[in-house]
Design a binder for this molecule. Structure first.
Ligand code: DX5
Ligand code: ZN
Length: 222
């Protein structure tokens, strides 16, 4: 039986001049995770933050720090993010020829392991390694930017992954969905099989961010 869903606000949409306030919003709203979008301007056409920012966040939050690496050569950043205090480190299946090697490396650094898949990548590319990870991060937008629209075909992909996990007794693996998640579509994403929802602009571009987080959690009570 799956427990209630978790919200992972993405600080990519927060005010980078005041990340402490972003953490305060997550604390006051009761979010479970903090989603940290790492982009290298190689794997995606954008450049964001790295291990030093996680090192700054770690001592001032008890929240689960969920690092989403949208980078080439992800193996080079695993140890720095683990040392910085990441609780989960997610790599992209499209960024490596040796997913098992990266999984072993992340585990050896003491972090939880996530694998992410872009919208056009066949799910068959990740099925063989789902028994080795803790989180599967389903991209419901093309990675690179916050504020995009949810790709509706994502629901079917989430459902197929949910079925695969159930058929293979892998219910312990969390399905996290990332991109275009709003209050108006979150319920359908949860119903499709998501355990964790990433929300960036819906939370941090809101005039009432704390209440928005609370509104997300109200959805699962419905
Ligand atoms: C996109 C990132 C997402 C994004 C989510 O590449 O991985 O986490 O920041 O932002 P919204 O919720 O605004 O789509
Ligand atoms: Zn992300």
């Amino acid at each position: 039986m799956r427990s209630g869903f978790k919200l992972a606000p993405s600080i990519l949409s927060a005010d980078f001049s005041d990340l402490r306030s972003a953490l305060d919003i997550c604390n006051a709203g009761g979010a479970h995770w903090i989603h940290v979008d790492v982009m290298d301007n190689q794997f995606v056409p954008n450049l964001t933050i790295g291990p030093p920012v996680v090192s700054s966040l770690r001592p001032v939050t008890q929240k689960f720090i969920d690092v989403h690496m949208m980078v080439i050569d992800p193996e080079e950043l695993v140890e720095p993010f683990a040392k910085a205090g990441a609780d989960n480190i997610t790599f992209h299946i499209e960024a490596t020829n040796d997913p098992e090697g990266i999984i072993d490396l992340i585990r050896s650094c003491g972090s939880k392991v996530g694998v992410s898949i872009k919208p056009k990548t066949p799910l068959e590319d990740i099925f063989p390694i789902l028994d080795k990870v803790d989180v599967v991060l389903v991209m419901s937008v093309e990675p690179g930017f916050g504020g995009q629209g949810y790709l509706p075909e994502s629901n079917e992909r989430i459902g197929r992954i949910r079925s695969y996990l159930e058929e293979n007794c892998l219910d312990r693996v969390l399905i996290e969905v990332d991109g275009g998640i709003k209050l108006h579509n979150a319920k359908q994403v949860i119903d499709a099989g998501a355990d964790v929802l990433v929300a960036g602009s819906e939370v941090f571009k809101s005039t009432r961010p704390i209440d928005t987080i609370k509104d997300f959690y109200q959805l699962s009570a419905q």
